[in-house]
Structure formats: C-alpha cells, structure tokens
Design a binder for this molecule. Structure first.
Ligand SMILES: CC(C)(COP(=O)(O)OP(=O)(O)OC[C@H]1O[C@@H](n2cnc3c(N)ncnc32)[C@H](O)[C@@H]1OP(=O)(O)O)[C@@H](O)C(=O)NCCC(=O)NCCS
Length: 164
C-alpha cells in the first residue's frame, strides 16, 4: 500500500530487526510499560505473528510513523501492539492500519478480531469503536503495572462503524 502527494510518501512494510531502535523510541513514549527489544524479536520469530510498519518519507528522510503486530489464532485475529509516532497522531493513520489488518484477515478468511485495551485509554477505545469493535468483557487488574482492568473488545465482521 502506498499513497503520495507533493510532500510525502507513505508505505507499509514488514517489520525488520533494523527497524527496532526507532520502534522502541516510539514504544517508550506510547506505553507505561513499553515492550522490550526481546519482546519484539520474539514476535519477529513467531510464524503466525504479522508485524508491519508504516513508513513516511518526507523531504528525502524516511521514518517509521506507526507499527502494528497481530496474530492469526485459529479463525481469529488478536491485536498485540499498535502505536503511532506522536507527531503523526490524529491524522487517520491508526484507523488506516487497523483497516489494513482487517483486510489481511479477510483475505485469510478471518472475520473475528479481538484485542485488550486499558480502561483509561480513551483515545484507543474510540479508535477501536470507530473500527467496529465493541466491548464484550473485562479482565480485572490485567495490567500489573497499574492494576488496571483491561476491556476485551471484539469485532465480528458485521458491526457497523460508529461515527462521531
Ligand atoms: C491510540 C493511537 C494508536 C491512535 O492513533 P492515531 O493515528 O492518532 O488515530 P487516528 O488518527 O486513526 O484516529 C481514529 C479515531 O480514533 C479516535 N481517537 C484517536 N486518538 C484519540 C484521542 N487522543 N482522543 C480521542 N479519540 C481519539 C477518534 O475517534 C479518531 O477519529 P477522529 O480523528 O475522526 O475523531 C495513538 O494515539 C497511539 O499510538 N497511542 C499510544 C499507544 C496506544 O495507546 N496504542 C493502543 C494500545 S491498545
């Protein structure tokens, strides 16, 4: 996937080891308990993990703007990680990459998607609702760093997107 205007070009690539230092910098500002390099390396070695990066080329410089990791588990997609570099937020990038995940899953014949999200992460919860996910459950004190509950969200493929 790529799109272009006079100022920048956006592309989606498979995540590589060489991307990890840039990804770890985004990870550290995005999460209270960031993933370690070892955790990303494990994902890169996992056969059913899909690890993608969004790259933006601006004025001859290419940088990672976002990344997503999801697993195919039987007939379900499990979202494991998603973050957008702070200067590229609120421009529809996460929505686009979630749509890409849905499209890749659909090509594999998979419609059911699930994820866990911190109850306090209202931006992400809004994003997921916009992508057709609904809250189906809660895992009490799932996040051991803050003892926060996780909301378990599912998209079954037939929900309408919620706007607004
Ligand atoms: C959550 C995150 C991935 C959203 O990325 P993004 O590219 O800014 O999201 P988008 O621009 O595609 O937003 C799509 C919709 O999500 C919702 N949304 C996104 N960020 C939001 C925010 N900060 N507050 C409220 N709603 C938000 C809105 O409904 C938005 O649609 P709108 O802009 O038309 O109102 C990004 O803020 C991020 O990386 N956060 C830190 C990491 C994280 O929390 N990841 C999710 C872990 S479960």
């Amino acid at each position: 996937m790529s799109s272009e205007n006079t100022h920048h070009q956006v592309s989606v690539d498979l995540m590589k080891k060489e991307d990890l230092q840039e990804i770890l910098a985004i990870e550290r500002i995005s999460f209270p308990t960031p993933w370690t390099e070892g955790m990303f390396l494990d994902e890169l070695k996992t056969e059913h993990a899909q690890c993608l990066v969004v790259k933006i080329e601006m004025n001859g410089e290419t940088m990672i703007a976002a990344y997503i990791i999801f697993w195919f588990v039987a007939d379900e997609v499990h979202l494991h990680n998603l973050a957008v570099r702070s200067e590229f937020r609120r421009q529809g990038l996460a929505y686009s990459i979630m749509s890409l995940m849905k499209g890749i899953a659909a090509q594999a014949g998979i419609k059911r998607q699930t994820l866990e999200v911190r109850e306090s992460n209202l931006g992400a919860i809004n994003l997921y609702r916009k992508c057709g996910f609904v809250v189906k459950g809660k895992r009490p004190q799932y996040y051991t760093d803050t003892c926060e509950d996780a909301l378990v969200m599912w998209a079954e493929g037939q929900e309408e997107e919620q706007h607004g």
